[in-house]
Design a protein around this ligand. Structure first.
Ligand code: UGA
Length: 442
């Protein structure tokens, strides 16, 4: 643990994965954190050291900081913020049906803060908000607190590690001093500190997520072309990513991006662009490509088995929107499962986070191991859980009756599966032999 030169009291409003990464992260930096949530049952869970979501390293760190009294959780808003040097707002901003962000939770927190004597506390907004929101918050709190907008770049599943090791710290602020006060919390990390206006920082967040989503849709389009040309997208995109100007991260083709952030943030940004009369076609295409991408799985299945899937049982590996989480929100894996069911197929699914998930069991069966789910006609991989790649290919081949694997995340070893007698179809993967074998035989 880093021992902060001056220990601060930091109140965290909202204990979702962003708020909790902040709570654990600032406690690791040596500060005293007090968490508050509108859900009292969530607070009682956290007081007992339990978290409702799967995040690497969080359970151990939470237990440690609770016992060392660096972290506590309270059901009362005023006692959470009382005497705080920083008040971090990390509440949800979900999408409304027209694509705009629902800011009611942020507004409710600001309304609770407005009448309080905040004694010069710095209020730090970390929720993703449309440009202009932080200026309005600053106006509402003028005279009692200065406002900072600090966008978060945390990924679910690795949020604590991302918090402790940021590529950069961005602080939009009403005054340079307020921005620097917030940045000082991270000064020991020696990372770039970027202080700017509130609206610029809001746009850093929006543009970062839009760019990452665009990179994934780009990778998916290249992969779809590779499928059509019998080329290998992993070779192509791997080599493209070696160019430092491009970079290899977020160039992995698959069934598309899911989860609670990218689609919601893109829709919100498109809405803002439309309102500002700015062409949003690049972002609209990013969403459109992503919307179509999951259909590739059922198309590939039909290509192999014909249009009538009613006599087939599909073993599905993975339901969450990505490996390492227990989050099903906007999971494209669930979309693909629905499409298989709609085409008449039966589904038995395995996900390491949902061994007994009663909620899904109405529509399809849940298996309690990957190999139990592979006891099917066809195996379909929909989430990139790393443990799937470690399962012995011969054990897979011994179970999957039609000897067909559709790998929607390109996580399995195509050659080993082919050696075991399976037909392997990935996203942008050659149907027959891999390129090395091609080079050797050619
Ligand atoms: C994303 C951003 O990566 C974070 O920087 C940001 O803070 C967060 O949204 C947010 O705005 O709160 P997250 O949604 O947790 O984080 O997950 P990612 O790891 O970005 O993955 C999003 C989706 O894209 C997943 O479905 C993943 O499987 C998919 N993906 C990712 C790909 O299909 N290909 C890739 O190369 C990378």
């Amino acid at each position: 643990m880093h021992v902060a030169s001056s220990r601060k009291k930091i109140a965290i409003i909202g204990t979702g994965y962003v708020g909790m990464a902040c709570a654990i992260g600032f406690a690791e930096f040596g500060h005293t954190v007090v968490g508050y949530d509108i859900l009292p049952e969530r607070i009682r869970l956290l007081q007992r050291g339990m978290t409702p979501y799967r995040e690497a390293g969080i359970a151990e760190a939470l237990a440690r900081h609770l016992s060392e009294e660096r972290a506590s959780f309270v059901e009362d808003f005023e006692s959470a913020v009382d005497g705080a040097d920083f008040i971090i707002i990390a509440v949800g901003t979900p999408s409304l049906s027209d694509g705009t962000a629902d800011l009611s939770a942020v507004e409710a927190v600001v309304a609770q803060l407005s009448p309080l004597h905040l004694n010069g506390a710095t209020v730090v907004l970390r929720s993703t908000v449309p440009p202009g929101t932080s200026d309005r918050v600053a106006l509402a709190l003028r005279g009692s607190a200065e406002v900072v907008y600090a966008p978060e770049f945390l990924r679910e599943g690795s949020a604590v590690a991302d918090f402790l090791s940021p590529d950069r710290v961005v602080a939009g602020a009403e005054s340079a001093e307020a921005g620097q006060r917030y940045c000082a919390l991270f000064s020991h990390l020696n990372r770039p500190m970027l202080v700017m206006s509130l609206i610029d920082a809001e746009l850093v967040k929006a543009a970062s997520n839009a760019f990452l989503a665009m990179k994934i849709s780009f990778a998916n389009q290249v992969a779809n072309l590779c499928d059509g040309l019998e080329a290998d997208a992993l070779e192509v995109l791997g080599a493209v990513g070696h160019d430092r100007r491009i970079g290899s991260m977020f160039l992995h083709p698959g069934i598309g991006f899911g989860g609670p952030c990218f689609e919601k943030d893109l829709k919100s940004l498109i809405h803002v662009m439309n309102t500002a009369n700015t062409n949003a076609s690049l972002l609209e295409a990013t969403l459109e490509i992503n919307d179509r991408q999951p259909r590739r799985i059922v198309e590939t299945i039909k290509d192999e088995l014909g249009d009538d899937l009613s006599s087939f049982r599909f073993g599905v590996w993975g339901l969450t929107f990505k490996g390492g989480t227990n989050d099903l929100r906007d999971s494209l894996a669930l979309r693909v499962v629905d499409e298989i069911l709609a085409a008449g197929g039966q589904v038995v699914a395995y996900d390491p986070s949902y061994r007994d998930g009663a909620t899904e069991s109405q529509r399809f069966e849940l298996a309690d191991s990957a190999l139990a789910a592979a006891d099917a006609d066809v195996l379909v991989v929909l989430t990139d859980w790393p443990q799937f790649a470690k399962i012995d290919e011969r054990a897979i081949a011994a179970r999957v009756r039609r000897r067909l694997v559709i790998d929607g995340r390109n996580v399995l070893d195509a050659s080993a599966l082919r050696d075991a007698g399976m037909t392997y179809r990935g996203i942008g993967r050659r149907r027959t032999v891999d390129s090395l074998e091609l080079a050797e035989t050619g």
